[in-house]
Design a protein around this ligand. Structure first.
Ligand SMILES: [Zn+2]
Ligand SMILES: [Zn+2]
Length: 349
């Protein structure tokens, strides 16, 4: 079968012929219907080197995948060949306290996982191929009625990651609150929709690109701001009494966006850094609002994926998708790199 492989660190991926996988006991092979192209893949191609993560290329890219059950290994029950499914992307050990409640991204026994702190497309072969081997049937989640694999694929990361970040702050998002989304890209544009679908907060979207802000507006953002020197002030002015934003979600994670988040946030608010832009934020007693909680989040849990798929099937969240064939995947990443891609690119092999 054909697959888009990352041959090494600091290299471009290439379409090559690889053997079709067969499932061992407890495993499932999924015929891929869609594989999302994620901004983090660009970091895999261009920024990482040996030692940055506990695994190395070569492997097939694609960590947000959906398709149909193709083959079941011995002992797998509850799934049928041909059934439409999403693949839960982070693959933990399966037995630690975190994995037992479906929080594989924070697996506490990474040495016991199929690959430490990774998954398909992140150390092991992912979904930018005709078939993907899923090492444990628990990662295969049936799609609800009304959702096809191309629509479902981005929900497994571009949907699940903002969903987790927002869900953990729900208690800080009552109807008189304000949520700020910084960076309306693949994750951020779904983040706006998740905020609108699951809270009654005012939603402010911030980006440097006019097209991205238009997209945020289409998806229901109450206010969109082109980022500049006065953005924090503009955000404060748009909140009741100028008190600042209750929750800031930074989908970029650069020095400037983190500084903006801290400057725009309210006391006892949340500043959640989701983007892996590699920035830092100096924190001192007087530099951030009192009791501002600052955290990073990584991906989401398996129960949360079921909730996200439900939102998708009911049309409450709908990622903007551009599809590409496997041979055009490199071009999709190029568009992602130069910022000309709106929403999410999904590779249909
Ligand atoms: Zn991703
Ligand atoms: Zn674990």
């Amino acid at each position: 079968m054909r697959a888009l492989r990352l041959p090494g660190w600091k290299s471009e991926p290439e379409v090559v012929e690889v053997p079709e996988p067969t499932p061992g006991p407890g495993q499932v092979v999924v015929k891929i219907g869609g594989a999302g192209a994620c901004h983090s893949d660009l970091h895999l191609m261009h920024d990482f080197e040996a030692g940055a993560v506990p695994w190395n290329p070569p492997f097939t890219l694609g960590h947000e995948n959906a398709g149909w059950v193709h083959a079941l290994g011995a002992g797998v029950n509850g799934l049928e060949v041909g059934q439409p499914v999403a693949v839960y992307g982070p693959w933990g050990c399966g037995t630690c306290a975190r994995c037992r409640v479906g929080v594989d991204p924070y697996c506490e026994n990474p040495a016991g996982a199929p690959v430490p702190s990774g998954g398909g497309g992140l150390g092991l072969d992912g979904g930018m191929a005709e078939y993907e081997l899923v090492p444990d049937a628990r990662h295969v989640v049936p799609l609800p009625e009304g959702l096809d694999p191309v629509e479902a694929a981005p929900l497994t990361d571009a949907g699940l990651t903002p969903y987790h970040a927002i869900r953990r702050s729900w208690h800080k998002l009552p109807p008189d609150s304000t949520a700020v989304v910084i960076g309306v890209g693949g994750l951020g544009h779904v983040g706006v929709q998740i905020l609108k679908a699951t809270t009654a907060a005012r939603v402010i979207a911030v980006d440097t690109r006019a097209d991205a802000l238009k997209l945020a507006e289409e998806y229901g953002a109450d206010l969109t701001l082109r980022s500049g020197d006065r953005t924090a002030e503009e955000i404060r002015k748009a909140t009741p009494g100028g008190r600042g934003a209750d929750v800031v979600l930074d989908f970029v994670g650069a020095d400037a966006t983190m500084a903006l988040g801290a400057a725009a946030a309210r006391t006892v608010g949340d500043l959640t850094i989701v983007g892996i832009g590699g920035g830092t934020l100096p924190v001192s007693f007087f530099s951030v609002p009192y009791e501002l909680s600052i955290q990073t989040t990584y991906w989401g849990s398996r129960p949360e994926l079921i909730e996200v798929l439900d939102l998708g099937a009911r049309g409450l969240i709908r990622p903007k998708i551009t599809t590409f064939g496997l041979d055009d995947a490199v071009d999709a990443y190029r568009q992602l790199q130069d910022g000309s891609l709106e929403g999410r690119a999904v590779i249909v092999p």
